[in-house]
Design a protein around this ligand. Structure first.
Ligand SMILES: [Zn+2]
Length: 80
């Protein structure tokens, strides 16, 4: 079972009614779809926040992935 106490910084509603959650990780932002059996996607970023790969970069990457995924994902949350 996924830890539901972690901070969700954004939610995207998919076309099938599932939710893509963006959650901060120690080294990036994870996008997790509640309908898909995949573990989500981590937009890795440099923790020293040097160059262009900072938290904002990682958040933008994860948000773009979540937006694209929400527009095309047809997976529905599995009832338990
Ligand atoms: Zn999905």
């Amino acid at each position: 079972m996924q830890d539901t106490t972690q901070t969700v910084i954004a939610r995207y509603l998919t076309v099938a009614g599932a939710i893509v959650n963006l959650t901060p990780e120690p080294r990036g932002i994870r996008a997790t779809c509640t309908g898909c059996p995949i573990p989500g996607w981590l937009a890795d970023y440099d923790p020293t926040l040097s160059g262009t790969k900072n938290t904002d970069w990682a958040t933008r990457q994860a948000a773009a992935w979540a937006q694209r995924h929400a527009e095309t994902c047809r997976a529905m949350p599995a009832d338990d």
